[in-house]
Design a protein around this ligand. Structure first.
Ligand code: HEM
Length: 509
């Protein structure tokens, strides 16, 4: 049945076809030939096993260390390799080498993921999807760690762990999601309204990873060769088109093929059907940022395309499957703090928190030298003063490990220095909860202007499906946020849930 099965199912058969004349022998992990792989070394046939049986111990010891901690979020995913090609000149906005000339190609690695499920979770569960890109540039690694949504649920990094906890398993029952926790948090923090609404539209369950868009989501800066800077958003829109699955189809697929998206990506690339995305930026000047009617550093909001049009930049193409999932995808580590000269951060509070968190989690998950793993290593040599640590792979050829020094060690780069973002800032330090800033106006635009009636109906069906599983007081509180989006949305939800308008006065939590 080779011809009737998909390439992902035939992976082993393909290996055996290519290796018909195979004369490789089995070895230990140190390359020592193994004469007998199916028996431990014992005292006689029935006697105990010997401690000197290194072939057995080598195998068992490696086996018990095969797993590393899974990502605390975005654990389930798929990856591929390809390139980014510049199609339009944006050098007036940025001096980043990756954009330096039309036609320039930069190798990339991409990892798609779900946010909240564990490593074995079904692909077609309702969730945001991750879409992270690693650019292997001549100026080092640029990681653009985006999602398939232009916005996010919360706007301050300090809210992120609580937000993730309500999507994850209840620590007592070990069941996810806990619908009470989900709607409790979402209703108490109304800045989530825009993203929650989007989650229940057709975007909440993409048809597959190829048919979804990607967004850097947070606001970044660009710096040009004259040292002028602009704020910027990154968008990468699917050339395959945007498509979603109905809840019914997604539920069926989850039971039949939990790795549906992983299989789709592998098969498409294997068959030469290379997925691609068109890459755009939106640009806002610092002056525009000062007078913009909504906060440009609030990641629960989009920058309206009518005010900040999409500027085409290039194309992402994925044309190569990983050769080993663990080495190439499980160990790939994206770090939001990896921006190359010409790209910089902004005051976006979520971005600020993210610049710390990613390297921190990689040190825990993969160890201090995660940047030396092949998939994470930058194409040019790393020259710094760090040495040693667990699993050191690379040496720096005898260069001094301190700075300054008198022995011709590496020096500062004036070009990188000229591109450092310099922003005048002066204010008192403080903690201001910005959770109540304009939480409904863009959700209203999404509901009234972007969604067509058919999709509105499906969005209501999907929301009711989750709302009906929570306590009715919490459901009513959640609906009150949707009243503020559009009274008809609240009414339709209430009608479907057959809740009374003042339900919360009659039922106690
Ligand atoms: C993965 C933290 C917000 C996109 C992760 C990981 C952590 C994390 C700890 C696991 C990384 C690993 O083990 O490899 C945070 C924090 C956030 C935040 C603290 C807010 C303060 C966001 C936002 C986006 C995003 C707003 C999208 C724009 C991703 C993606 C991954 C990820 C795509 C998976 C990367 C991969 O494929 O390896 N995040 N995150 N995160 N995050 Fe975030």
């Amino acid at each position: 049945n080779y011809n009737t099965r998909d390439p992902a199912s035939n992976q082993l058969l393909e290996y055996s076809k290519k290796h018909q004349e195979n004369d490789e022998i089995i070895t230990t992990s140190s390359g020592i030939p193994v004469g007998m792989k199916t028996a431990s070394e014992t005292v006689g046939i029935k006697g105990p096993t010997l401690l000197q049986d290194w072939i057995l111990i080598d195998e068992l010891a490696h086996f018990s260390r095969e797993r590393i901690p899974e990502r605390v979020v975005h654990a389930k995913g798929a990856g591929a390799f390809g390139y980014f090609e510049v199609t339009h000149d944006i050098t007036k906005y940025t001096a980043a080498t990756v954009f330096s000339s039309i036609g320039k190609k930069t190798p990339i690695a991409v990892r798609f993921s779900q946010v909240a499920g564990e490593k074995g979770y079904p692909d077609t569960y309702r969730d945001l999807r991750g879409f992270a890109i690693k650019f292997y540039t001549e100026d080092g690694i640029w990681d653009l760690v985006g999602n398939n949504s232009p916005i996010f649920f919360v706007r301050d990094a300090i809210m992120f762990p609580s937000f993730i906890h309500v999507l994850k398993r209840n620590p007592i029952t070990n069941i996810r999601p806990d619908y009470d926790a989900f709607w409790d948090f979402m209703s108490l923090r109304s800045e989530t309204t825009h993203q929650v609404l989007m989650l229940f539209t057709d975007r909440g369950i993409p048809a597959n990873y190829r048919k979804m868009h990607g967004y850097g989501t947070n606001t970044f800066s660009l710096v040009n060769a004259k040292g002028q800077f602009y704020y910027c958003k990154f968008h990468y829109l699917s050339d395959q088109g945007l498509a979603g699955l109905s809840q019914e189809d997604a539920d069926k697929i989850a039971g039949v093929d939990p790795d549906y998206y992983v299989r789709d990506l592998y098969n498409a690339i294997h068959g030469g059907n290379f997925p691609s995305w068109t890459f755009y930026i939106q640009v806002m000047t610092p002056q525009q940022a000062e007078t913009n009617p909504y906060d440009p550093f609030d990641d629960t909001k989009v920058w309206l395309h009518s005010d900040y049009p999409l500027i085409p930049v290039g194309r992402l193409v994925l044309n190569q499957n990983p050769t080993n999932y663990f080495a190439d995808v499980e160990q790939i580590s994206f770090n939001v703090a990896n921006v190359i000269p010409g790209i910089d951060f902004s005051p976006d509070r979520m971005l600020q928190g993210r610049t710390f968190n990613y390297a921190d989690t990689h040190r825990y998950r993969l160890g201090i030298n995660y940047n030396q793993l092949a998939v994470n290593a930058c194409p040019s040599m790393v020259h710094n003063f760090q040495r040693d640590g667990q699993s050191t792979i690379k040496s720096q050829g005898g260069a001094p490990n301190y700075y300054p020094n008198s022995f011709n060690g590496p020096e500062n780069d004036p070009r990188a220095r000229a591109l450092y973002l310099s922003v005048p800032l002066s204010a008192h330090t403080q903690r201001v909860d910005n959770g109540l800033e304009d939480n409904f106006s863009q959700a209203r635009l999404l509901w009234t202007k972007v969604l067509k009636e058919g999709e509105r109906q499906r969005t209501i069906d999907n929301m009711v499906n989750w709302l009906k599983r929570t306590n009715s007081v919490i459901a009513e509180r959640a609906i009150q946020n949707f009243d503020k989006v559009d009274p008809s949305l609240g009414e339709r939800l209430r009608h479907r849930l057959q809740l009374q308008f003042h339900f919360n006065t009659q039922v106690q939590l």
